[in-house]
Structures are given as structure tokens and as C-alpha cells.
Write a protein that binds this ligand. Structure first.
Ligand SMILES: *Cc1c(COP(=O)(O)O)cnc(C)c1O
Length: 356
């Protein structure tokens, strides 16, 4: 039976990525060897890494603009720590926008390195909206924000203007919509939300912002060292990088970010229209801040949950329960989720209305 996978991450990837990456495990590039048994320094794998790094910059329209893309281990969570290590001066200060669990995690790690100023937070309303109208201190070493709040289903539609470096955790919406990516000095994203399997984190860095802290940075946590080594300071996560490359190639083939954004807009419109129309359901995020990637919603009457869950299961819908801190439902509509899958969910919601 066809599955409609709404999992929040790890998540759906294009079917051809599963097929090609499975093939590469058996026989990589017709070499008679598995991708998993060749040297990461071999010509074939170096080519994978170089193409992946170049394609990231091409798709984000950051080519020849002073940026470098690297693939690291440790997850997006390690970047919570690497960012302040590489950007915060001794006794320095960093400004954070607190829009959810992941932003809070980033703030917690930055506190090891200096003073953190939270410019605004929506924590008191359980992160149901994106704060606006805040001021970013001009003397902070950088400003950090989270473009899409995977758990709460909110998404920044605009980014603040500031003269200090801007760092953005784009784990759950990178490559999903057109943004002027050159407004950011560091972008990071765990691969498993919209790009590839778990196990690697993409970090895109404007090179000129590095080397200004006066700190001695341990090698593995030093962005400059990873860049200098062409993202191969140590053995990189070869399989996640390869599968990410396949996803990036797929995205380029279908028309890049501009093309996928249209599809993502259509998917989000379809589902939010049903959430708003259907008297059985209500959305949990402020309408103007709703995420196109993760739609969070509730049943108005919890007693319908068993029936709804059973109908979802029968329709092949997977991964719909909301995060444990929010409850209800969360439909993650990452790039590879087809519009037809969203139609299936909207149809189940409509059907529930007719039978309860
Ligand atoms: C999932 C997620 C993270 C954590 O990613 P890991 O790779 O598990 O460390 C961080 N930020 C955001 C926005 C996420 O969605």
C-alpha cells in the first residue's frame, strides 16, 4: 500500500534518492565496490563531496559570493555550540530570537561562551507565533534565529535587517523557499529534515566572518579548519553526504528552489484551507506565521481522535502525531512529499466531518 509520509524528520526523500543510494551501497559508480567500502579520499568520493558543496551554493544562489559549504557530523545540535565558539568574542555577547525548542537549545549552549541577549521570545504562548518588532543590539557579536520551528509549526516570513552577522538554523526549511540567502553569514541545517538522511549537517559560511574571536578553537569545532580541508578534516559521513547530493541533484532537475516553492505553497494552501474550513479542526500557530513545512493542528473534540487516527492509518498516512510538547497533529510537508499525499489527508479530514 502506498504510504503518505508526514514524518517530521528523519523524513520523506524523493523515491529516486532511495533507489540510487541503495544501488550505490551495492555497486558505486559501476566500480564493483560499495560506497561504504571505498576511501573517502578516493577520486570518486572526493567528486561527490565537491559536487555536493558546489550544488548547495548554486541552489542557494551563493556561488562566488564568498561563501563555503561544508558537511559536518554531530547534527544541527552541535552547531548550537560551534556557532558561539567560532563567532563570540572572549567576554562577548550574542543576540538570540527565541521561537521554540530548538532556538532555546541554541541559547543554552551559547551561554557557555558569553552573554546571551534574548531579543524576543514567544515562550509564554507556547511558541505559537513569531515575535516581531524587536531590536537587535548593534554591539552583539551576532544575531541568531530559527527560520522554521519544526515542533510548533511557525516560520519566519521576514528576517530582520541588522549590521551584525546573522546566523540562521534552517534545519527544517532549507531549500524549500526563495530567500535572499546572502543576508545570512552562517546558515546551518541538519540534513534529515529536507535534504538527506540523518548523520550530516550542512553549514554554509561567509568566510570573512571567521577568525575574529581571539579564541583558540579545538580543531574539530573550528569552521576554518573544516573549510581549509575541503570538508574532509576527518572522515566525513560518506553515505549521508552522498544521499544529500542525490536530493540536491533531484531538486536542481525539477527546477530548483523556485519550482519547489510553488509546489510547497500549493501543498500548504490545500491543508490549511481544510484545517480552516473543517469545523472539526483548528490550527495551533498564528495564521500569519504558519509554516509551509510543518502544519500543526488539533481536533476540537478529542473524542474523535480514535476514529481519525484509524482513518489515517487506513489511508496509509504515517507520522502525523504532533510533538510530545504540543500534542495534536503535525503534518510535515517537506520538499519530497507530493501534493497527492496532502490531498489524501485533506480527504480523510473531510470524510471524518461527514461521519461524526
Ligand atoms: C531537528 C532540528 C534540530 C536538531 O537537529 P539534530 O540534527 O537532531 O541535532 C535543530 N534545529 C531545528 C530547527 C530542527 O528542526
Amino acid at each position: 500500500m502506498k504510504k503518505h509520509n508526514y514524518s517530521a524528520g528523519p523524513c520523506i526523500l524523493p523515491q529516486e534518492v532511495f533507489e540510487k543510494s541503495a544501488q550505490a551501497i551495492l555497486n558505486f559508480n559501476d566500480s564493483g565496490l560499495s560506497l561504504l567500502e571505498i576511501s573517502h579520499r578516493s577520486k570518486d568520493f572526493v567528486a561527490v563531496m565537491e559536487e555536493a558543496r558546489a550544488l548547495v551554493l548554486e541552489l542557494l544562489d551563493l556561488k562566488d559570493k564568498g561563501y563555503q559549504a561544508i558537511f559536518l557530523g554531530g547534527g544541527a545540535s552541535l552547531e548550537f555550540l560551534m556557532v558561539p565558539y567560532n563567532l563570540m568574542k572572549e567576554n562577548g555577547k550574542a543576540a538570540y530570537l527565541n521561537t521554540g525548542t530548538w532556538a532555546s537549545g541554541a541559547i543554552k549552549e551559547a551561554k557557555f561562551f558569553g552573554t546571551t541577549t534574548v531579543v524576543a521570545s514567544s515562550e509564554e504562548e507556547n511558541f505559537n507565533h513569531i515575535p516581531k518588532g524587536y531590536t537587535i543590539p548593534a554591539d552583539a557579536d551576532y544575531f541568531h534565529c530559527t527560520s522554521n520551528n519544526t515542533i510548533f509549526g511557525t516560520q519566519m516570513k521576514e528576517f530582520p535587517e541588522t549590521d551584525i552577522p546573522v546566523v540562521c538554523d534552517m534545519s527544517s526549511d532549507i531549500f524549500s523557499r526563495k530567500i535572499d540567502f546572502s543576508k545570512f553569514d552562517i546558515i546551518y541545517a541538519g540534513a534529515q529534515k529536507n535534504m538527506g538522511p540523518a548523520g550530516t549537517t550542512l553549514v554554509v559560511i561567509k568566510e570573512e566572518i571567521l577568525g575574529k574571536t581571539g579564541r583558540t578553537i579545538p580543531s574539530m569545532l573550528d569552521y576554518a579548519k573544516h573549510i581549509k580541508a575541503d570538508s574532509m578534516y576527518n572522515t566525513p559521513p560518506v553515505f549521508p553526504v552522498y544521499a544529500s547530493l542525490l536530493t540536491l541533484q533531484w531538486l536542481k532537475k525539477i527546477g530548483g528552489i523556485e519550482a519547489i516553492e510553488k509546489i510547497n505553497d500549493a501543498k500548504a494552501a490545500l491543508l490549511y484551507n481544510e484545517i480552516d474550513r473543517n469545523p472539526l479542526f483548528r490550527g495551533t500557530a498564528a495564521v500569519e506565521d504558519r509554516s509551509n513545512m510543518n502544519a500543526t493542528f488539533l481536533l476540537n473534540d478529542e473524542s474523535h481522535a480514535a476514529k481519525f487516527d484509524e482513518m489515517c492509518k487506513a489511508a496509509g498516512i504515517n507520522g502525523l502525531p504532533g510533538h510530545r510538547s504540543v500534542g495534536g497533529y503535525r503534518a510535515s510537508m517537506y520538499n519530497a512529499l507530493p501534493l497527492e499525499s496532502v490531498q489524501v489527508l485533506a480527504d480523510v479530514m473531510k470524510e471524518l466531518e461527514t461521519i461524526v
